[in-house]
Each structure stands twice: as C-alpha cells, then as structure tokens.
Design a binder for this molecule. Sequence first.
Ligand SMILES: [Zn+2]
Length: 62
Amino acid sequence: MSEVTVENVTAIEATLNGVDRALERLRLGTYRTCAECSAEIDEVDLVGDALLAHCRDHRELR
Ligand SMILES: [Zn+2]
C-alpha cells in the first residue's frame, strides 16, 4: 500500500485539471487544436498524451 502524500494529491489535481480542460475543449470543438495558435495537434502526439492542448511549437508554454 502506498501512502497518499501532498505530492500525490497535487499530481492528481493537475491531471484532473487537464481532463477538465480537455473536456471543455471537446465541447467547444477545439480539441486537437493548439490553444495558442489553433494549429492542429499531431494525432501521434495525442496518442502519447490525450490531454495535450498545444502544438509542438507551443508545448513548452503548458
Ligand atoms: Zn501552437
């Protein structure tokens, strides 16, 4: 059994926030497009991380 730490909770919250944003973007029809420049995000990248909100050029701003 692993102990729940503040770090665990913070990581879980960050993941949930990412899911919330992805769902909102699905509703708005902007899922798969960069939040910065509206370029389409590569499907290959979304397979790696379904919560990506930025294209490769803007990913470091996440
Ligand atoms: Zn972009």
